[in-house]
Design a protein around this ligand. Structure first.
Ligand code: NAD
Ligand code: MG
Ligand code: MG
Length: 341
C-alpha cells in the first residue's frame, strides 16, 4: 500500500490562488459550489457562461460578474471547466482553445476528457485537477458550515512547474483544506471515480434499494414499510459507517441485525457481483464505457432518456415523494434548490 499524504490548510500556500484570475466555466452543481466558495475566500472569480441563459441569470443573482466563455478564457489565468463531461471537448475546441495563451492553467474536476484523450492540450498550457469528492451543492453547504468536502488534486501537464501548488491553493479556497486533500493522477481519478459511481455509490446502491423494495412489495408487504426499511434508513446507517466505519455501525445496531448483516450480506453481494464489477472495471479501463457514453450523448441520448423515465416511474419513487411530503423529516431547507442553484 502506498503511503497516504493528506494536505490540510496548514500545509498550503493559500495566498497563491488570490494572485490569479479564475474563470469558472459553467454554473451547474460544481460551478455553483466552487465559484461561491472561491468568492467567499477572497478570490478574483468570473463565470464564463452562455450569456442570457439560465446559468447566467442564476450567477448574476448571486452577484457574480459573467462573461461569454471566449472572453472569460482570455481574461483568466486559471480556467476551471465545470460543464458536463459530454460537452467539454466541443466547447474546448470551439471556445476555449482558440483563446488560450501560453502558461495558463486549464483545470478540471474530473479526468474523463483528458485521460481518454478527448481533449488534447498544447504542451505550454498547465493541465491540473481539483476534484471534490462530493456533489457541488454539498461543496457549498459544507463550506458555509465552516467545513469542507475532501478533494483530489492531480497534475497532468506542468510547464510552469507549480501546478501542484496552484491546485492545492485552489482546493483550499473551496474549503477542501479543512477536510483533507489527496494527490492522485488523472488516470486513477477517472477510472476509480467511474467504478465507484457505477458499481457502488450510485449504480450499486440504487439497484440494491430497488431490488429490496421489489422483493418486499412483490411478497405483499406495504410499499410504505418497504420504503422505510430499504431506502429511508440507508442514510442513517451510512452516516454511521461514514463516521466510524462498519464497526461503529455494527456497534450501534442490534445483535440481531449484526448477525443477519454478516451472515446474509455476502449472499446478496457475493462472487457473482464481484465478477460483474470486474467486467465493468475492464470496460472502464479499455475506454469501452467512455465510447458508449460519448456516442449515446452525441446521438441524442434516446436510451439515456428512456432509462430516466423508467426510473422516475418506479414505485419506490412515487411512494418516496408521498412519504417525504407528509413527514416533518423531509421538510428541512433543501441543499438543492433547482430555481436558484
Ligand atoms: P452540470 O451538469 O451541473 O453543469 C451544468 C452547467 O454547464 C450549466 O451552467 C450549463 O449551462 C453549462 N453547460 C451545459 N452545456 C453547455 C454548453 N454546451 N456550453 C456551455 N455551457 C454549458 O455539471 P457538473 O455536474 O457540475 O459537472 C461539472 C464537472 O465536474 C464534470 O467534469 C463532472 O464530472 C465534475 N464533477 C461533478 C460532480 C458533481 O457533484 N456533479 C462531482 C465531482 C466532479
Ligand atoms: Mg463522477
Ligand atoms: Mg431494522
Amino acid at each position: 500500500m502506498s503511503e497516504l499524504k493528506i494536505y490540510l490548510d496548514k500545509d498550503i500556500n493559500k495566498g497563491l490562488i488570490k494572485s490569479k484570475k479564475i474563470a469558472v466555466i459553467g454554473f451547474g452543481s460544481q460551478g455553483y459550489g466552487q465559484s461561491m466558495n472561491l468568492k467567499d475566500s477572497g478570490c478574483d472569480v468570473v463565470l464564463g457562461l452562455r450569456l442570457g441563459g439560465e446559468s447566467d441569470k442564476k450567477a448574476k443573482n448571486y452577484g457574480f460578474k459573467t462573461m461569454n466563455i471566449e472572453d472569460a478564457v482570455k481574461w483568466a489565468d486559471i480556467i476551471q471547466v465545470l460543464i458536463p463531461d459530454e460537452v467539454q471537448s466541443q466547447v474546448y475546441e470551439k471556445q476555449i482553445k482558440p483563446n488560450m495563451r501560453s502558461g495558463q492553467y486549464l483545470m478540471f474536476a474530473h479526468g474523463f476528457n483528458i485521460h481518454f484523450k478527448r481533449i488534447v492540450v498544447p504542451s505550454d498550457i498547465n493541465v491540473i485537477m481539483v476534484a471534490p469528492k462530493g456533489p457541488g451543492h454539498t461543496v457549498r453547504s459544507q463550506y458555509i458550515e465552516g467545513k469542507g468536502v475532501p478533494s483530489l488534486i492531480a497534475v497532468y501537464q506542468n510547464p510552469s512547474g507549480d501546478g501542484k501548488e496552484v491546485a492545492l491553493s485552489y482546493a483550499s479556497a473551496i474549503g477542501a483544506g479543512r477536510a483533507g486533500i489527496i494527490e492522485t493522477t488523472f488516470r486513477e481519478e477517472t477510472e476509480t471515480d467511474l467504478f465507484g459511481e457505477q458499481c457502488v455509490i450510485c449504480g450499486g446502491v440504487s439497484a440494491l434499494m430497488k431490488a429490496g423494495f421489489e422483493v418486499l412489495t412483490e411478497a405483499g408487504y406495504s410499499p410504505y414499510m418497504a420504503y422505510f426499511e430499504v431506502l429511508h434508513e440507508m442514510k442513517l446507517i451510512v452516516d454511521l459507517v461514514n463516521q466510524g466505519g462498519l464497526a461503529d455501525m455494527r456497534y450501534s445496531i442490534s445483535n440481531t441485525a449484526e448477525y443477519g448483516d454478516m451472515t446474509r450480506g455476502p449472499k446478496v453481494i457475493g462472487a457473482a457481483s464481484k465478477n460483474a464489477m470486474r467486467e465493468i472495471l475492464k470496460d472502464i479501463q479499455s475506454g469501452k464505457f467512455a465510447n458508449e457514453f460519448t456516442s449515446e450523448m452525441k446521438s441524442g441520448q434516446k436510451e439515456f432518456n428512456r432509462l430516466r423515465e423508467e426510473n422516475r416511474n418506479h414505485l419506490i419513487e412515487k411512494i418516496g415523494e408521498e412519504i417525504r411530503s407528509s413527514f416533518v423529516w423531509g421538510r428541512k431547507e433543501n441543499i438543492v434548490n433547482r430555481d436558484k442553484n
